[in-house]
Design a protein around this ligand. Sequence first.
Ligand code: KIV
Length: 276
Amino acid sequence: MARHTVLTLRRQKQAGDRITMLTAYDYTMARLLDEAGVEMLLVGDSLGMVMLGYEDTLSVTMEDMIHHSRAVARGAASALVVTDMPFMSYHVCVEEAVRNAGRLVREGHAQAVKLEGGTDFCPHIAAITRASIPVVAHLGLTPQSVNALGGYRVQGREARQAQALLDDARAVQQAGAFALVLECVPAPLAARITQALDIPVIGIGAGAGCDGQVLVAQDMLGMFSGFRPRFVRRFAEGGELVRKAAEAYCHAVKAGEFPAEEHGWGMEDDVLEKVY
Ligand code: KIV
C-alpha cells in the first residue's frame, strides 16, 4: 500500500473521499491500525491521559512525544504520522517552535506536526512550514488551553465565537497548515468551515460535514474509561475483552492449566539424570 501524504490527503478532500485518522501511541497499535487502512495516525498528547495516567495533557513533555512518536513511526507502513507539539513546546517564541518541530521529525520520525491555536500562532505555523515540516492546525476545543477555557466545552456556539473560529481557520490555512483538526464545534459551523477551506478538515465532535474524522483509539476500542465524551462511538468493548482474558489467564495459572505441555520443551531423561 502506497504511503499517504499531504498530497494524497488534499486529493481525498477534492474527491470527497473521507479521511480516517486515529491516535496511536505505540508500535503494536500503530501496526494494527495501519494494517486496517487508517490513513493518518496521530501521536496525540492525549497520551498524557491514555498512556501515562495524567489528568490532562499539560504535563506531557517533548521527550514523551519523541519516545512515543518513534514507536508509532516504526509501525506505520502507509499511514501519515502526525505528532502533537506538547504544551509550552511552541508557545514561547517562533524559533523554539521550529526547533521543537524539527526534533519531532528528526528524533521522533514524525512526518508532520500538530499544534493548537489560530491567528496568534500563524507566525509559528508559517515558520515551521518554511522549514519543510507539514503542520496540522487544531482549533475549537484546544485541550492545552483547558484552564483558560474553563473546562472541556463546546466552542463556537455564539456568533462572535463562530466568526472567530472561521477567521482562525482561514488564517491557519493562509499561514501554510496543510490540514485542520476541529474539536467540539457545532456540526453546522464545522461544515461551513470545511466548505470554506481548501485544506482537509478533520473533525472530532464536529459532525459528519468535515472531510474526515479522528478519535482517540482507546475511546473507539472501549478501552479507556477515564471519561466518555458524547462524540465517542465504541466500535468494540476492548476493555471488557482485556479484563476477561486477564481473568482467564489468572484462573489458568492458579489452576495449573497453563502452561500446558505444548507450551514448553522436554528433554531426554538420561540428560536430566546427569544433573545433580
Ligand atoms: O491529542 C489528541 O489525541 C488530539 C485529538 C483529540 C485530536 O489532539
